[in-house]
Write a protein that binds this ligand. Structure first.
Ligand SMILES: [Zn+2]
Ligand SMILES: [Zn+2]
Length: 372
Protein backbone atom coordinates (compact mmCIF):
# COMPACT_ATOMS: atom_id res chain seq x y z
CA UNK A 1 0.00 0.00 0.00
CA UNK A 2 1.36 3.41 -0.85
CA UNK A 3 1.79 5.96 1.89
CA UNK A 4 1.55 9.74 2.10
CA UNK A 5 2.99 12.36 4.42
CA UNK A 6 1.14 14.84 6.60
CA UNK A 7 2.30 17.38 9.18
CA UNK A 8 0.52 16.35 12.38
CA UNK A 9 0.12 18.72 15.32
CA UNK A 10 0.31 16.09 18.08
CA UNK A 11 -0.30 18.74 20.75
CA UNK A 12 0.12 22.52 20.89
CA UNK A 13 3.75 23.39 20.11
CA UNK A 14 4.66 20.08 18.44
CA UNK A 15 4.39 19.14 14.76
CA UNK A 16 5.65 15.82 13.39
CA UNK A 17 5.80 14.64 9.80
CA UNK A 18 3.93 11.31 9.82
CA UNK A 19 3.10 8.63 7.28
CA UNK A 20 -0.48 7.63 6.57
CA UNK A 21 -1.90 5.10 4.14
CA UNK A 22 -3.03 6.83 0.96
CA UNK A 23 -6.78 7.40 1.59
CA UNK A 24 -9.30 5.09 -0.04
CA UNK A 25 -12.40 7.04 -1.03
CA UNK A 26 -16.04 5.99 -1.16
CA UNK A 27 -18.24 6.19 -4.25
CA UNK A 28 -19.44 9.71 -3.37
CA UNK A 29 -16.08 11.11 -2.22
CA UNK A 30 -12.96 12.77 -3.63
CA UNK A 31 -9.23 12.26 -3.12
CA UNK A 32 -7.52 15.62 -3.39
CA UNK A 33 -3.82 16.06 -4.14
CA UNK A 34 -2.94 19.20 -2.17
CA UNK A 35 -0.91 21.74 -4.14
CA UNK A 36 -0.68 24.64 -1.69
CA UNK A 37 -1.95 25.48 1.78
CA UNK A 38 -1.71 28.90 3.40
CA UNK A 39 -0.93 29.29 7.08
CA UNK A 40 -3.65 31.20 8.92
CA UNK A 41 -3.53 33.17 12.14
CA UNK A 42 -5.82 30.53 13.61
CA UNK A 43 -3.20 27.83 12.86
CA UNK A 44 -0.82 29.93 14.93
CA UNK A 45 -3.37 30.19 17.75
CA UNK A 46 -3.90 26.42 17.59
CA UNK A 47 -0.12 25.83 17.77
CA UNK A 48 0.10 28.19 20.76
CA UNK A 49 -2.63 26.25 22.59
CA UNK A 50 -5.28 29.00 22.45
CA UNK A 51 -8.01 26.73 21.10
CA UNK A 52 -9.82 23.91 22.84
CA UNK A 53 -9.54 21.13 20.26
CA UNK A 54 -9.05 17.38 20.18
CA UNK A 55 -5.45 16.62 19.18
CA UNK A 56 -3.73 15.23 17.13
CA UNK A 57 -4.77 17.50 14.27
CA UNK A 58 -3.66 17.87 10.66
CA UNK A 59 -4.22 21.61 10.42
CA UNK A 60 -4.53 23.72 7.27
CA UNK A 61 -7.80 25.05 5.86
CA UNK A 62 -6.64 27.50 3.14
CA UNK A 63 -5.83 25.20 0.28
CA UNK A 64 -5.93 24.46 -3.42
CA UNK A 65 -5.44 21.07 -4.98
CA UNK A 66 -6.07 18.81 -7.94
CA UNK A 67 -8.68 16.06 -7.99
CA UNK A 68 -6.73 12.80 -8.07
CA UNK A 69 -9.65 10.37 -7.73
CA UNK A 70 -13.37 10.90 -7.77
CA UNK A 71 -16.08 8.40 -6.86
CA UNK A 72 -18.79 7.84 -9.51
CA UNK A 73 -21.48 9.45 -7.31
CA UNK A 74 -19.39 12.40 -5.99
CA UNK A 75 -20.90 14.84 -8.49
CA UNK A 76 -24.45 14.00 -7.36
CA UNK A 77 -23.74 14.08 -3.63
CA UNK A 78 -21.42 17.03 -3.13
CA UNK A 79 -22.08 20.76 -3.17
CA UNK A 80 -20.20 21.77 -6.34
CA UNK A 81 -19.90 25.37 -7.52
CA UNK A 82 -18.39 26.48 -10.83
CA UNK A 83 -18.48 22.85 -12.03
CA UNK A 84 -18.88 20.29 -13.50
CA UNK A 85 -15.71 18.79 -12.09
CA UNK A 86 -13.51 15.89 -13.20
CA UNK A 87 -10.24 14.18 -12.30
CA UNK A 88 -7.38 16.62 -12.94
CA UNK A 89 -9.41 19.77 -12.16
CA UNK A 90 -8.07 22.40 -9.78
CA UNK A 91 -10.43 23.01 -6.88
CA UNK A 92 -10.62 24.55 -3.45
CA UNK A 93 -12.89 23.50 -0.61
CA UNK A 94 -14.41 25.44 2.25
CA UNK A 95 -13.10 24.44 5.68
CA UNK A 96 -16.68 23.87 6.78
CA UNK A 97 -18.67 20.83 5.71
CA UNK A 98 -22.23 21.36 4.49
CA UNK A 99 -24.65 22.28 7.29
CA UNK A 100 -26.83 19.49 8.67
CA UNK A 101 -30.11 21.09 7.60
CA UNK A 102 -31.90 19.80 10.70
CA UNK A 103 -30.61 21.58 13.83
CA UNK A 104 -32.32 24.64 15.35
CA UNK A 105 -30.04 27.05 13.47
CA UNK A 106 -30.33 25.27 10.12
CA UNK A 107 -34.12 25.34 10.42
CA UNK A 108 -34.40 28.93 11.61
CA UNK A 109 -31.40 30.65 10.01
CA UNK A 110 -30.36 28.69 6.91
CA UNK A 111 -28.71 31.86 5.58
CA UNK A 112 -26.12 31.56 8.35
CA UNK A 113 -24.82 28.01 7.92
CA UNK A 114 -21.76 28.51 10.16
CA UNK A 115 -24.12 28.57 13.15
CA UNK A 116 -25.03 24.92 12.43
CA UNK A 117 -24.27 22.80 15.47
CA UNK A 118 -23.58 19.64 13.46
CA UNK A 119 -20.80 20.28 10.98
CA UNK A 120 -17.07 19.60 10.88
CA UNK A 121 -14.28 21.91 9.77
CA UNK A 122 -11.28 20.80 7.69
CA UNK A 123 -8.03 21.51 9.51
CA UNK A 124 -9.65 21.47 12.95
CA UNK A 125 -10.71 17.81 13.29
CA UNK A 126 -8.72 15.11 15.07
CA UNK A 127 -6.65 12.95 12.73
CA UNK A 128 -7.56 9.98 14.96
CA UNK A 129 -11.15 10.28 13.69
CA UNK A 130 -11.69 8.68 10.26
CA UNK A 131 -11.58 9.63 7.48
CA UNK A 132 -8.13 11.19 7.52
CA UNK A 133 -6.37 13.40 6.47
CA UNK A 134 -8.90 16.21 6.60
CA UNK A 135 -6.44 19.09 6.72
CA UNK A 136 -4.26 20.90 4.18
CA UNK A 137 -0.81 20.33 5.71
CA UNK A 138 -0.81 16.99 3.97
CA UNK A 139 0.03 15.64 0.54
CA UNK A 140 -3.53 14.36 0.11
CA UNK A 141 -6.92 15.10 1.61
CA UNK A 142 -10.00 12.94 1.93
CA UNK A 143 -13.10 14.96 0.96
CA UNK A 144 -16.33 13.43 2.24
CA UNK A 145 -19.73 13.83 0.58
CA UNK A 146 -20.39 16.76 2.95
CA UNK A 147 -17.65 18.83 1.27
CA UNK A 148 -18.17 22.07 -0.60
CA UNK A 149 -16.16 22.06 -3.85
CA UNK A 150 -15.34 25.24 -5.80
CA UNK A 151 -13.71 24.88 -9.18
CA UNK A 152 -10.86 27.39 -9.64
CA UNK A 153 -11.76 29.61 -12.61
CA UNK A 154 -9.51 29.53 -15.68
CA UNK A 155 -7.23 32.52 -15.58
CA UNK A 156 -6.79 32.42 -11.79
CA UNK A 157 -3.45 30.92 -10.82
CA UNK A 158 -3.17 28.50 -7.91
CA UNK A 159 -0.62 30.87 -6.35
CA UNK A 160 -3.37 33.44 -5.91
CA UNK A 161 -6.28 30.99 -5.46
CA UNK A 162 -4.64 29.80 -2.23
CA UNK A 163 -5.91 33.11 -0.81
CA UNK A 164 -9.58 32.14 -1.37
CA UNK A 165 -10.30 31.37 2.30
CA UNK A 166 -8.90 34.60 3.79
CA UNK A 167 -10.49 36.49 0.89
CA UNK A 168 -13.83 34.94 1.90
CA UNK A 169 -13.34 36.36 5.40
CA UNK A 170 -12.39 39.77 3.99
CA UNK A 171 -15.19 40.02 1.44
CA UNK A 172 -17.76 38.98 4.03
CA UNK A 173 -16.45 41.61 6.45
CA UNK A 174 -17.12 44.22 3.79
CA UNK A 175 -20.51 42.71 2.93
CA UNK A 176 -21.45 42.84 6.63
CA UNK A 177 -20.95 46.60 6.34
CA UNK A 178 -22.93 46.75 3.10
CA UNK A 179 -26.07 45.15 4.45
CA UNK A 180 -28.76 46.37 4.69
CA UNK A 181 -27.43 49.65 3.29
CA UNK A 182 -29.31 52.58 1.93
CA UNK A 183 -26.09 54.28 0.82
CA UNK A 184 -27.50 57.46 -0.69
CA UNK A 185 -29.01 58.47 2.65
CA UNK A 186 -25.79 57.61 4.46
CA UNK A 187 -26.57 54.15 5.80
CA UNK A 188 -24.51 51.08 5.00
CA UNK A 189 -21.38 51.09 2.88
CA UNK A 190 -21.82 53.01 -0.34
CA UNK A 191 -18.95 53.72 -2.68
CA UNK A 192 -18.70 57.28 -1.38
CA UNK A 193 -17.97 56.11 2.16
CA UNK A 194 -14.92 56.29 4.41
CA UNK A 195 -13.70 53.08 5.99
CA UNK A 196 -11.02 52.65 8.63
CA UNK A 197 -9.37 49.20 8.70
CA UNK A 198 -7.63 48.45 12.00
CA UNK A 199 -4.85 45.88 11.64
CA UNK A 200 -2.94 45.32 8.38
CA UNK A 201 -2.20 41.61 8.61
CA UNK A 202 -3.40 39.26 5.83
CA UNK A 203 -7.11 39.78 6.59
CA UNK A 204 -6.73 43.55 6.96
CA UNK A 205 -4.84 43.74 3.66
CA UNK A 206 -7.51 41.73 1.86
CA UNK A 207 -10.23 43.92 3.40
CA UNK A 208 -8.39 46.98 2.04
CA UNK A 209 -8.10 45.32 -1.39
CA UNK A 210 -11.82 44.42 -1.31
CA UNK A 211 -12.78 48.00 -0.46
CA UNK A 212 -10.57 49.26 -3.29
CA UNK A 213 -12.13 46.68 -5.62
CA UNK A 214 -15.65 48.04 -5.00
CA UNK A 215 -14.46 51.63 -5.32
CA UNK A 216 -14.69 52.90 -1.74
CA UNK A 217 -13.99 56.63 -1.64
CA UNK A 218 -11.65 56.76 1.37
CA UNK A 219 -9.78 53.75 2.75
CA UNK A 220 -7.64 54.31 5.85
CA UNK A 221 -5.47 51.57 7.37
CA UNK A 222 -3.65 51.42 10.69
CA UNK A 223 -1.07 49.02 12.10
CA UNK A 224 2.04 49.05 14.29
CA UNK A 225 4.25 47.82 11.43
CA UNK A 226 5.53 50.37 8.91
CA UNK A 227 6.12 47.68 6.24
CA UNK A 228 2.52 46.50 6.62
CA UNK A 229 1.28 50.06 6.16
CA UNK A 230 3.34 50.33 2.97
CA UNK A 231 1.74 47.14 1.70
CA UNK A 232 -1.71 48.51 2.63
CA UNK A 233 -0.99 51.44 0.28
CA UNK A 234 -0.19 48.97 -2.50
CA UNK A 235 -3.47 47.13 -1.77
CA UNK A 236 -5.41 50.37 -2.21
CA UNK A 237 -5.39 52.31 1.08
CA UNK A 238 -5.48 56.09 0.51
CA UNK A 239 -4.23 57.00 3.98
CA UNK A 240 -2.40 55.09 6.69
CA UNK A 241 -1.22 55.89 10.19
CA UNK A 242 0.80 54.10 12.85
CA UNK A 243 -1.09 52.52 15.72
CA UNK A 244 1.84 53.41 17.99
CA UNK A 245 0.97 57.01 18.95
CA UNK A 246 -1.37 58.08 21.76
CA UNK A 247 -5.06 57.41 21.19
CA UNK A 248 -5.70 61.15 21.37
CA UNK A 249 -3.28 61.84 18.51
CA UNK A 250 -4.61 58.96 16.43
CA UNK A 251 -8.22 60.09 16.90
CA UNK A 252 -7.25 63.61 15.86
CA UNK A 253 -5.47 62.26 12.76
CA UNK A 254 -8.52 60.23 11.72
CA UNK A 255 -10.82 63.19 12.37
CA UNK A 256 -8.65 65.26 10.06
CA UNK A 257 -8.86 62.63 7.32
CA UNK A 258 -12.67 62.50 7.58
CA UNK A 259 -13.68 66.17 7.64
CA UNK A 260 -13.91 66.23 11.41
CA UNK A 261 -16.65 63.59 11.53
CA UNK A 262 -14.95 60.17 11.84
CA UNK A 263 -15.14 57.19 9.49
CA UNK A 264 -18.52 55.80 8.44
CA UNK A 265 -17.30 52.25 9.00
CA UNK A 266 -14.54 50.73 11.14
CA UNK A 267 -13.44 47.14 10.46
CA UNK A 268 -11.44 45.55 13.29
CA UNK A 269 -9.08 42.84 11.99
CA UNK A 270 -6.24 43.02 14.54
CA UNK A 271 -7.77 40.58 17.01
CA UNK A 272 -6.52 42.63 19.96
CA UNK A 273 -9.20 43.48 22.56
CA UNK A 274 -8.14 47.13 23.01
CA UNK A 275 -8.48 47.62 19.25
CA UNK A 276 -12.16 46.67 19.46
CA UNK A 277 -12.60 49.33 22.15
CA UNK A 278 -10.81 51.85 19.92
CA UNK A 279 -13.09 50.95 16.99
CA UNK A 280 -15.93 52.43 19.04
CA UNK A 281 -13.85 55.55 19.65
CA UNK A 282 -12.94 56.10 16.00
CA UNK A 283 -16.30 55.48 14.30
CA UNK A 284 -18.58 58.44 13.67
CA UNK A 285 -22.02 58.71 15.27
CA UNK A 286 -24.51 56.52 13.43
CA UNK A 287 -21.65 54.44 12.01
CA UNK A 288 -20.97 50.72 11.75
CA UNK A 289 -18.30 48.63 13.48
CA UNK A 290 -17.46 45.22 12.02
CA UNK A 291 -15.61 42.83 14.35
CA UNK A 292 -13.57 40.27 12.38
CA UNK A 293 -10.36 39.77 14.33
CA UNK A 294 -11.44 37.80 17.38
CA UNK A 295 -11.75 34.25 16.06
CA UNK A 296 -10.03 33.13 19.27
CA UNK A 297 -10.37 34.64 22.74
CA UNK A 298 -7.35 36.64 23.88
CA UNK A 299 -9.28 38.14 26.83
CA UNK A 300 -11.45 41.18 27.46
CA UNK A 301 -11.35 44.95 27.52
CA UNK A 302 -13.36 47.59 29.35
CA UNK A 303 -15.80 49.52 27.22
CA UNK A 304 -18.36 52.16 28.12
CA UNK A 305 -21.70 50.93 26.74
CA UNK A 306 -22.82 54.56 26.74
CA UNK A 307 -20.69 55.05 23.59
CA UNK A 308 -22.84 52.49 21.77
CA UNK A 309 -26.01 54.36 22.76
CA UNK A 310 -24.67 57.89 22.31
CA UNK A 311 -23.27 57.12 18.88
CA UNK A 312 -26.35 55.11 17.84
CA UNK A 313 -23.99 52.39 16.58
CA UNK A 314 -24.41 49.18 14.65
CA UNK A 315 -21.86 46.58 15.81
CA UNK A 316 -21.73 43.44 13.68
CA UNK A 317 -19.71 40.32 14.37
CA UNK A 318 -19.01 37.41 12.08
CA UNK A 319 -18.22 33.75 12.55
CA UNK A 320 -16.46 32.79 9.32
CA UNK A 321 -18.79 33.05 6.29
CA UNK A 322 -21.44 31.07 4.42
CA UNK A 323 -19.72 28.60 2.06
CA UNK A 324 -21.02 30.47 -0.99
CA UNK A 325 -18.74 33.34 0.06
CA UNK A 326 -16.00 31.35 -1.71
CA UNK A 327 -17.68 32.22 -5.01
CA UNK A 328 -17.43 35.91 -4.10
CA UNK A 329 -13.81 35.45 -2.99
CA UNK A 330 -12.83 33.71 -6.24
CA UNK A 331 -14.49 36.46 -8.27
CA UNK A 332 -12.60 39.07 -6.24
CA UNK A 333 -9.25 37.27 -6.62
CA UNK A 334 -9.77 36.89 -10.35
CA UNK A 335 -10.71 40.53 -10.96
CA UNK A 336 -8.87 42.61 -8.37
CA UNK A 337 -6.14 44.98 -9.53
CA UNK A 338 -4.32 44.65 -6.18
CA UNK A 339 -0.80 43.19 -6.55
CA UNK A 340 -1.63 40.05 -4.57
CA UNK A 341 1.55 38.30 -5.78
CA UNK A 342 3.43 40.54 -3.33
CA UNK A 343 1.27 39.16 -0.60
CA UNK A 344 2.81 35.69 -0.40
CA UNK A 345 6.11 36.29 1.36
CA UNK A 346 7.21 32.71 2.12
CA UNK A 347 6.88 29.33 0.42
CA UNK A 348 7.93 26.29 2.44
CA UNK A 349 7.85 22.49 2.37
CA UNK A 350 5.57 20.27 4.44
CA UNK A 351 8.50 19.43 6.74
CA UNK A 352 8.86 23.15 7.49
CA UNK A 353 5.25 23.64 8.67
CA UNK A 354 6.28 24.46 12.26
CA UNK A 355 8.83 27.07 11.06
CA UNK A 356 6.15 28.48 8.76
CA UNK A 357 3.80 28.92 11.72
CA UNK A 358 6.64 30.62 13.63
CA UNK A 359 7.30 33.05 10.79
CA UNK A 360 3.58 33.87 10.36
CA UNK A 361 2.82 37.24 11.90
CA UNK A 362 6.48 38.29 12.23
CA UNK A 363 7.81 41.54 10.76
CA UNK A 364 8.31 41.20 7.02
CA UNK A 365 5.97 38.24 6.67
CA UNK A 366 2.47 38.31 5.24
CA UNK A 367 1.11 35.02 3.91
CA UNK A 368 3.22 31.88 4.39
CA UNK A 369 2.31 29.05 2.01
CA UNK A 370 3.17 25.37 2.47
CA UNK A 371 3.68 23.37 -0.73
CA UNK A 372 3.19 19.70 0.18
ZN1 LIG B 1 -7.92 31.02 7.66
ZN1 LIG C 1 -27.41 22.28 11.34
Amino acid sequence: MSTIHAAVMTEPGTIELREFPKPTIGEDEILLKVERTGICGSDKHMFAGHMKLQFPIIAGHELVGVIEEMGPKASQQMAIVGGPIAVGDRITTTPSSTACGKCWYCLHMPQRPTLCSDRYVHGFVSSDVAPTPRGGFSQYMHLTNRSWIFKIPDGLSSEIAVLTEPAAVATRAVERALAPGIPHIAEGLGMDKSVLVLGAGPIGQLVVATLAHIGTDLIIASDLSESRLQMAHQMGAHQTFSAAGSLEDRLAAVQQMTQGVGPDIVIETAGVPIVFKESLDYVRRGGIVIEVGHFTDPGGVEIHPNVVCFKDLDIRGMWAYPAMQFKTALSFLKNTKAPLDKFITHRMSLAETAQGIDVTGSEGSMKVVIEP
